[in-house]
Ligand binder design. Sequence first.
Ligand SMILES: *Cc1c(COP(=O)(O)O)cnc(C)c1O
Length: 357
Amino acid sequence: MSRFFSEKYKNLTPYTPGEQPQEGGFVKLNTNESPFPPSPKAAAALSSAEINKLRLYPDPESRLIRRALAANLSLDIENIFVGNGSDEVLAFIFAAFFDGEREVCFPEISYGFYPVYCELYGIKTNTIPLKEDYSIDIEAFVRTDKSVVLANPNSPTGMAVPGADIEKLLKKRERLVIVDEAYIDFGGESAVELVKSYDNLIVVQTLSKSRSLAGGRLGYAVACPELIADLFNIKYSFNSYNVNRLTEIVAAAAVEDKDYFEYTRREIIKNRERTVKWLESRGFDVLPSAANFIFTKSGQINGAALYQRLRAKGILVRHFNKPRLSDFVRISIGSDSDTDKLLKALGEIISTIEDDL
Ligand SMILES: *Cc1c(COP(=O)(O)O)cnc(C)c1O
């Protein structure tokens, strides 16, 4: 740390992203990316003419992509805010709506960025433990008067909260409810419809996972127009051009290609079910996943060792060295051939353990 770094950040521990190895050859199942390329219509939408237009700033209102997203959700453009990934959208939300007085709470085990934003902005971190079965303790959230941030499905568990439970939270109109739906297309029940009836709801979604555009960086918030206007206020105080021209074009084409979206998400769900069945038949515990990843533990090998053994076989998964999580690994669901390689490697690892017994 340099001697110039602000005192106010002395306790800041940044979020640790999953490994992005620069050497190839890994089956990469550690950061919940899609194994499929983006819609072929995305590549077709780009041209050297569009590259040449990079001399111009993008539309600060990002109307092309906001219109495409609004049409896809049957809402208006005034209901949509876009950012450089949903991480940026979440950062703007924490900056806009929470502070020393306006408190927020979230599950103790959830997306690792939420406590980082609290630290960055000087917001008190209030957390509520998961229940014994790793589900979110909705009743405890309903009881507080604080605003609430939930990932639905949650990460790294993959477990979903029913839509009716989200509505229970919304009934306390004085609080804001943020639902981070990064994985909603793989099984959960979206709260987007509720935006029409609740002016205290923000739903955050992303094109990173179910639209295969993690590298394009496009996330968005869906809410009533007043909340969206507040987010624009923050964005224009930070970066007017947060979504670049090429991403806007590619993202709009991807959102419009509904057939490709349906095909790729069904493939992932199919491979998730195949993986879960295989693991359960070999004695692994798998939390019920509505996401494009599973969270699983074996009674025979701890999470850190399983992570290491898979890595040695060229398969990258994610291990969290934290209380209640360290027995598990989180495995992103890949293509058919990724799944074949994963299950083959796991089979070999289990049989060497059994030989040693
Ligand atoms: C991946 C993820 C995000 C961030 O996605 P980007 O849009 O790529 O920034 C946000 N929330 C959760 C829960 C995630 O898993």
